[in-house]
Design a protein around this ligand. Structure first.
Ligand SMILES: NC(=O)c1ccc[n+]([C@@H]2O[C@H](COP(=O)([O-])OP(=O)(O)OC[C@H]3O[C@@H](n4cnc5c(N)ncnc54)[C@H](OP(=O)(O)O)[C@@H]3O)[C@@H](O)[C@H]2O)c1
Length: 250
């Protein structure tokens, strides 16, 4: 496993680093002197974040691409090479009832939230295991702990992130490599302007999780209670209850 404190001069690939949680984590890695590769579609916003990483003591490179493009993960890895830390953070949240949603939008969300994360991990994890050090940090969601009417496919994409992270955690455990899922709850970013936690709080939780041993960590005490309680409930209780809570929380 590689912690944030061990990242000086080592490469961290951060997807979705142009804003929100990804940018907050990238900046924090700058404090640790990491060589940060910032990925997203908005090049100007990535350059802006990269400048902050440099002022905070890191080095920074920008790769602007659309990770929902099936060719993108391989292209990205060819360009970047080996990394010490992979931070799979880029995600979108298409909401609303599935019956009212364009299926193409759902596919695009799954291409990013599920497929890009999986392929980047599968491309970069083998070298970490060969070397005997490295970390993969996947950003899931408290929504991944519950069936979420109104956010059904988004939440399910995060259930996938959680499940695959937990299984990979066990696959690589004891081989010097750590895989961990970090689940934010409602966090104030472009995705969720009404969120109550800050991206900086999530960044603190995420980087602390690298030094821990758990396969999955939830940001914020209340979020942790919600996640654990819903995970323990039977689906026929959890889904309507989650729908009721989500409808009232906007
Ligand atoms: N905010 C919350 O309440 C909350 C709660 C739970 C989980 N999360 C998760 O936290 C992660 C970060 O979200 P956030 O809240 O920080 O949202 P955000 O501010 O909207 O940031 C999303 C990031 O993903 C990037 N991205 C989106 N589509 C992309 C694509 N097709 N290719 C490459 N990059 C793409 C965006 O960059 P570009 O626009 O430059 O492409 C941006 O940097 C997501 O996985 C999200 O599901 C957020």
């Amino acid at each position: 496993m590689t912690t944030a404190a061990q990242m000086r001069g080592r490469t961290a690939l951060v997807t979705g680093a142009s804003g929100g949680i990804g940018r907050a984590i990238a900046e924090r890695l700058g404090d640790h002197g990491a060589d940060v590769v910032l990925v997203g579609r908005n090049e100007a916003a990535l350059e802006d974040a990269a400048a902050v990483v440099r002022t905070r003591g890191g080095t920074a490179r920008v790769v602007a691409l659309d990770l929902a493009d099936p060719a993108a993960p391989r292209k990205l890895v060819e360009q970047v090479g080996e990394v010490e830390l992979l931070l799979n953070n880029a995600g979108v949240a298409t909401g609303g009832a599935v019956v009212d949603t364009d299926p193409a939008e759902l596919r695009a969300m799954l291409d990013l939230n599920v497929s890009a994360l999986t392929e980047l991990t599968a491309l970069l994890l083998p070298r970490m295991v060969e070397r005997g050090h490295g970390s993969v940090l996947n950003v899931a969601s408290v929504g991944g702990y519950l069936p979420s009417p109104g956010l059904a496919v988004y939440a399910a994409s995060k259930t996938y992130v959680l499940a695959v992270s937990r299984a990979l955690w066990a696959e690589v455990r004891g081989r010097g490599v750590r895989v961990v899922a970090v689940s934010p709850g409602a966090t104030r970013t472009a995705m969720n302007p009404r969120g109550t936690r800050t991206a900086e709080q999530v960044a603190t939780t995420a980087l602390a999780a690298l030094a821990g041993t758990a396969p999955a960590v939830i940001d914020g005490r209340l979020n942790a209670v919600v996640g654990r309680v819903f995970e323990a409930l039977p689906g026929r209780v959890a889904a309507p209850l989650a729908g009721w809570v989500l409808a009232r929380s906007g």
